[in-house]
Design a protein around this ligand. Sequence first.
Ligand code: NAD
Ligand code: UD1
Length: 351
Amino acid sequence: MRILVTGGAGYIGSHTALELLAKQHDICILDNFRNSSPECLRRIEKLSGHHFSQITADVSDSEAMEGHLDAYRPDAVIHFAGLKAVGESAEKPVEYYDVNVSGTINLLRAMDRSGCRKIIFSSSATVYGRPEYLPFDENHPCAPENVYGRTKHMAEKIIQDWQGARSDSSAVLLRYFNPVGAHDSAEIGEDPTDTPNNLLPYVSQVAIGRRDRVSIFGADYETRDGTGMRDYIHVVDLARAHVAALELADRHQGTETINVGTGAGHTVREMIDAFSRASGRDIPYVVTDRRPGDIATSIADPSKAYKLMGWKAERTLDEMCTSTWAWQQRNPNGFRGPGHSNPTKNDVRQG
Ligand code: NAD
Ligand code: UD1
């Protein structure tokens, strides 16, 4: 298949691109490098041994999106491009709605023009909000509590309505739980440009000595050790869920919303211990107040993913930590090494 991967230079998109290339798909990565680096694309080419088309563009630019889809004519789109920081979304709500919601509308309009009828969308477990019951299944009511979550929920609804109006189309809305880990090569991984908001990248930077200690945001939750519990999923498992979702979209018309998690939870303390084992380093921590907006526990019911796509997570917590540590050690500054360059808007390179 010819697959347009928006946001394909980012953390999850880059791992997915490698899985797609391994399956001999023809891909085109479109990214504006707002939260990523062209160096990542060079590494994907090196690791996969394949060249692919690359477009530097912004999903907020409706005209440019139409031009790029007209030119590439994808069979399917995987839409990762978006902004994802919960705190920032409260400070810059209009920008978040613009990129995450208007960007999705621009993409759908461009898909219509070019005749593309299949979309896989990156949604988030954050759309559920506070749990009424656990684990979260896909029928759990959605009541997102932050701007970021609302943008994802709105984009889900827009895609669902787009699909509902086109009987020959398909949409798979993947709700990710907590992606962590890195590629086995240690050549690609999560590369936060600022102070990490998420737990594991922060723990990893403490282990390498870039930060002094981890703050545990609250130890008085109703969990087995009082700290927050999440469903961490290895990014390679998550990447493979996209390949399975594409196969589903290819054989099935309609919209499917699917959780992507493991079904198991780990607490903050358990994550720190596991990372300490994987890295062989002490990881100092201090318990602080709860982070506003956090919930005690978030765990997926991943059974629909297995039923519909034959997909389930395979990698262990230790693999999540050892791969993160290998990536961190090999790339202490992420992708920002010598030779880093930022291409200009709307650069196009045919693969
Ligand atoms: P990421 O920031 O690493 O990747 C997003 C990519 O989109 C980046 O390469 C960025 O440069 C690009 N991008 C941002 N704005 C763009 C724009 N206007 N035009 C074109 N490209 C743009 O994030 P990620 O962790 O890989 O997440 C990918 C998707 O999955 C996002 O939509 C995110 O909201 C969603 N998601 C992520 C998580 C997570 O924990 N990482 C959880 C749930 C959902
Ligand atoms: C956060 C986002 C969520 C997003 C998800 C994945 C918030 C409120 N929620 O969720 O919308 O979908 O990331 O990107 O930001 N923790 C610490 N110390 C830290 C960092 C985190 O104790 O320095 C704790 C948290 O309280 C939580 C757990 O670690 O219990 C995981 O945190 P995090 O990685 O930020 O993920 P989520 O809270 O699930």
